[in-house]
Every structure is written in structure tokens, then in C-alpha cells.
Write a protein that binds this ligand. Structure first.
Ligand code: GCU
Length: 429
């Protein structure tokens, strides 16, 4: 065996265990001229072929679309209402150098201390006149990763091992503090008068193919709905459900303006945020940062990630029925523009990054554009762009959009646009 081959094998063995998951397969299409043609289903044409023209007809069509996404893609969120209970785990009134009050709440998801729970970390600006709007978003590396403040409890649920020692034997360590802080510019957000709330997504569903056993779905028992059916919910459904329980918790805080809770998610959590915002109309505004395939990006476009890839790499994300579309996205009775349309007429923001080709920036833009007729039917200004805008030219109509320079991430630039968008559509705090 040649020395080069030995080195290559040694290198692969060294990096494989820490590679989060396979992506960017060499056979993905990144050539716009090879995307092929497709026809998008019309969100305003109902099942029997009639096109709706009146605002009053939308709620029925909306229910029809919601049902399709639940039964064919994300799986059904159980109808059983669970009533949460809250326990305050910690409080610090001089957090972030006195700018904010930091609170950790244990959310008992079934109201019962022996049942499933999640931890919600909340920062509230100390300078406030009355209840404040809050950005709510899940994080990937534990609540302790959004800031290096030592008082935040380490996440206790399963976490993917890494090579930096932030996670050892699938549990978070002290080294992970602040690990995701660049994605959560807390001081900037707080100074603008907004609160920030976050939850570790692994508290709801450990993100791996065998995660179900430890997930909230398993722990809810019968309340989780039928098990083993083609439309049974998976990880994305559970994360979306957790976002709604996060809302329940925020709505009980007197300092929070529950009419202005802004749901935000990045990447897989951007997919979950769109699904949560579609189902739960209490969210005033929804932001999908680089949500890609299964999020804002049009599935019929063969560019970057595909349905088959996502269902193969992440078999636990969607319901089993969705696998039927692996090689035939054109058979789907919807596309992702219709998911976005379920948020109408509430403001929604879709964001892409120019180098994030795996997520298909143009597909994300077209997802936003496809929702425009519904937003207009409901009396808003829809999306104020018919062509994809250039880099750093945000569109700030009721459907917002931007293409940022750079890679797959959440940056200060992204947050600055979200804050301005929220100020514009929901009023300055
Ligand atoms: C993978 C996956 C994407 C997802 C992303 C993320 O790249 O293929 O669908 O959005 O991970 O969550 O970061």
C-alpha cells in the first residue's frame, strides 16, 4: 500500500467519528442550467380544482394544505393538548454586565415532574417600559453554548460528540460554554429592546436515527398519537412542537409581550420553525435562516440537497410517507412555497447565504416568491421582488428575504436584518 493511501485512510479514520453527518455528496447538482423544468402547485387552487378568489375562502384551503404537510411530510402533531408547568431553575438580575435579567425555566411538558421536560433560557432587557417582544429560537449545542456566562446550567440531554471536548460521551462539558455565542449576539438584541429565549433542541428529540426512544414522542406515550403509522411525526415535528411549548412558557411571563413572539430557526431548526409557525398562529413573525431542503427551498428544483438525500442522511426527521417522494418530488401535492403561505398574513423572513449552495439559495427565494399570491390575497404587500435580489439587498415587505455573502451560519448581519424587520412590522419595542 502506498504511503499516500495509508495517510488517506488514517485521515479518514481520524475525522469520521466526529463528522456530524454526510452532506454535499459529489453527485449533487450545483449547475443552474441542469435544474430542469417543473410546475409548482398553485396554493390558491383547492383540491377540487377551483381557484379561490376571496379572502374568506382561504381558511378552508389553509386547513387542506396543513393536512397535506402533516400527512405526507412532517407527520402529524398529536391533537392532545398538554398543559405545561414551570419551575424557575435560576435567576440573575444583573446578567450581561447589568444589561439583562437572565432566567432559566424548567418546562414540565406534561405538567408533571416525572414527565418529559425542557430547559428554557430567557434574557430580558433590564431597560424596558412594559412587556417586551421576544426572539425565540432553538440552539444546537445547549443553552450554555449561547453565552459564556458561567451561571447557565449545562444541557443534560444527549449531544453529538465532538473533537474539541465540548461533548464527551454524548454529554455537554464546561468547554462548550459560549460555543455558539457568535450566532446569538445577545447584547445587540437586548440593547434594541428585545428579549431572547432559547431551548436546546436535543431536549425534545436527540438528533440521530435512533433518537426516538429518548425523545419527547416516546415519552408522551399515548398522547403522542399512533405509533408506527406512515404519518407519525419525527424529529422535525417534535422540535416544532417544542417551539410551541416554548411559546406557552413565554406567554406566562408578565415581562413578555405574547403578541410579539418572533420565532427564528437556522437550518434544520429553520425547517422546524416554518413548520411550527405554520401550525401555531400565535407566533407573530417567523424567520427561517438558511432552512434549505425541507424548509423554504423548492423541492422540485434539483439543486443541492434533495428529498432522497435528506431522507437517507436523516431518516428520523420526517414521517415515513415522505420517503415515497424520494425520487419523485413532482408527485408531491405541494411544495415549500405552500408551507410559507401557511404563515400568511403574518410577516415571514426567508434568508440565504451565497456560499450555502447545499441549501439552494435560489430555491429558498423561489419558495418565498411562491407564497406571494396568498399574502396578497390576504391584503398584504407580499414579497416586493420578482427577481432574486443581489447580495446584501434585503427585501423588507411582509415576506422578507435576503442573500448574505458567505457560508452557512447565523451572523450579526442576519440578526441586524431580523431586528430591523421586526421593528418595521411589529413596532419598535
Ligand atoms: C445538513 C442537512 C441540511 C440541514 C443542515 C443543518 O446539511 O443536509 O438539510 O439544514 O444539515 O441543519 O445545518
Amino acid at each position: 500500500m502506498g504511503i499516500i493511501r495509508i495517510c488517506l485512510i488514517a485521515f479518514m479514520l481520524a475525522i469520521l467519528p466526529s463528522m456530524p453527518e454526510a452532506q454535499n455528496p459529489a453527485n449533487a447538482n450545483y449547475d443552474e442550467s441542469k435544474v430542469g423544468s417543473y410546475t409548482l402547485p398553485d396554493p390558491l387552487v383547492i383540491g377540487n380544482g377551483q381557484r379561490i378568489e376571496k379572502r374568506a375562502d382561504w381558511p378552508a384551503r389553509r386547513r387542506e394544505i396543513l393536512e397535506l404537510f402533516a400527512s405526507r411530510m412532517y407527520g402529524r402533531t398529536p391533537a392532545t393538548k398538554t398543559k405545561i408547568a414551570l419551575r424557575e431553575a435560576s435567576r440573575e438580575s444583573r446578567a450581561l454586565g447589568g444589561l439583562a435579567t437572565r432566567r432559566e425555566l424548567t418546562v414540565l411538558l406534561t405538567g408533571n415532574a416525572d414527565g418529559p421536560k425542557m430547559s428554557l433560557l430567557l434574557y430580558l432587557p433590564n431597560q424596558r417600559r412594559g412587556p417586551v417582544p421576544v426572539f425565540l429560537g432553538m440552539n444546537f449545542q445547549g443553552n450554555h453554548s449561547v453565552s459564556s456566562e458561567p451561571g447557565i446550567a449545562l444541557a443534560s440531554s444527549w449531544m453529538r460528540n465532538d473533537r474539541e471536548g465540548r461533548v464527551v460521551r454524548n454529554r455537554a462539558t464546561e468547554k462548550g460554554r459560549g460555543g455558539e455565542a457568535t450566532r446569538w449576539p445577545l447584547e445587540t438584541i437586548i440593547r434594541q429592546g428585545y428579549g431572547v429565549a432559547t431551548i436546546y433542541y436535543g431536549d425534545l428529540y436527540p438528533d440521530h436515527p435512533e433518537g426516538r426512544a429518548e425523545s419527547v414522542i416516546a415519552r408522551l406515550g399515548e398522547a403522542a398519537g399512533r405509533s408506527g403509522s406512515g404519518d407519525e411525526w419525527g424529529a422535525l415535528g417534535a422540535w416544532a412542537w417544542g417551539m410551541s411549548r416554548g411559546f406557552d412558557a413565554l406567554a406566562r411571563q408578565t415581562e413578555v409581550d405574547a403578541r410579539r413572539v418572533i420565532l427564528l430557526g437556522h437550518s434544520r431548526l429553520g425547517k422546524a420553525a416554518l413548520w411550527a409557525g405554520a401550525q401555531d398562529q400565535r407566533f407573530a413573525l417567523v424567520i427561517a435562516n438558511e432552512s434549505g431542503e425541507g424548509g423554504a427551498a423548492i423541492a422540485r428544483r434539483d439543486f443541492g440537497e434533495t428529498i432522497e438525500r435528506i431522507n437517507t442522511a436523516f431518516p428520523h426527521w420526517f414521517c415515513a410517507n415522505f420517503k415515497e417522494y424520494n425520487r419523485r418530488p413532482e408527485a408531491l401535492p405541494f411544495d415549500q412555497h405552500m408551507l410559507i403561505s401557511l404563515i400568511a398574513p403574518r410577516p415571514v423572513y426567508v434568508a440565504s447565504a451565497a456560499e450555502d449552495l447545499w441549501a439552494d439559495p435560489r430555491g429558498e427565494f423561489l419558495g418565498a416568491r411562491g407564497a406571494d399570491p396568498v399574502y396578497r390575497l390576504l391584503g398584504t404587500d407580499g414579497l416586493g421582488a420578482t427577481e432574486m435580489p443581489g447580495i446584501h439587498q434585503p427585501v423588507t415587505t411582509t415576506i422578507g428575504y435576503h442573500l448574505r455573502a458567505g457560508k452557512h451560519d447565523v451572523t450579526l448581519y442576519d440578526w441586524e436584518q431580523y431586528i430591523a424587520f421586526a421593528n418595521h412590522h411589529l413596532g419598535r419595542p
